[in-house]
Design a protein around this ligand. Sequence first.
Ligand code: AP5
Ligand code: ZN
Length: 217
Amino acid sequence: MRLVLLGPPGAGKGTQAQWLTERYGVPQLSTGDMLRAAVARGTEVGREAKGVMERGELVSDDIINRIVAERIDEPDCASGFILDGFPRTVAQAEALDGMLAARSQSLDAVIEIRVDKDALVERIAGRFACAKCGAGYHDTFKPTRLAGVCDQCGGTEFVRRKDDNAETVRARLEAYERQTAPLLPFYEARGLVRAVDGMQPIEQVTAAIEKILAQGR
Ligand code: AP5
Ligand code: ZN
């Protein structure tokens, strides 16, 4: 199972990837998470990416392509992966083609999660995650079952992302429209795109993706 999740910031890519990982036993490859980890560790990649991410712009294709190419060679990716936030430019999609071809692999589908612009801002503003295990939540749409306690690991510390402020979100949406939306015709031309209505509640989006994947098997 090799999937790309495509959609604007806040569409629900990470939320659905967490579920897909459990369901199909393949890892979630989130370039955003990889970059945030690099920033936290203060590596060379992290130092380069920090300011770019805080401005809501895209990190250079060279850096991103390198970290993905290294990651997909790790043993846990042997039977597949869910790409969450990559590719994000046509150059990255072309690089991914090259990486897969070199490994005699191919994509099963590109799942496009469609959400209205107004809903995106609301989703991003209410998002938080467990500091210990990374499980994602939302103040209104996905609260923890027990107030202040992570459902997954029992952790009691939570974090909000630095780039989830109104100004940066605007820049991220612009970057999506300008640089990432052109990937839709790129993958549509190959018949890979399967669109889901991301305005539905989380469980219904999950069910729609599951249905698509079941049809393709
Ligand atoms: P990244 O971390 O990839 O962020 P993003 O694409 O902006 O996406 P988000 O994580 O904001 O949204 P999501 O779609 O995963 O939504 P989520 O599931 O959390 O990238 C961050 C930065 O890193 C970029 O700006 C860039 O600088 C850099 N970067 C990363 N990859 C790069 C690349 N390939 N090239 C260049 N630069 C790169 O959901 C949002 C909230 O809504 C959650 O609280 C969730 O609980 C809730 N929610 C989800 N689904 C629903 C639903 N159906 N109904 C109600 N609420 C919902
Ligand atoms: Zn947790």
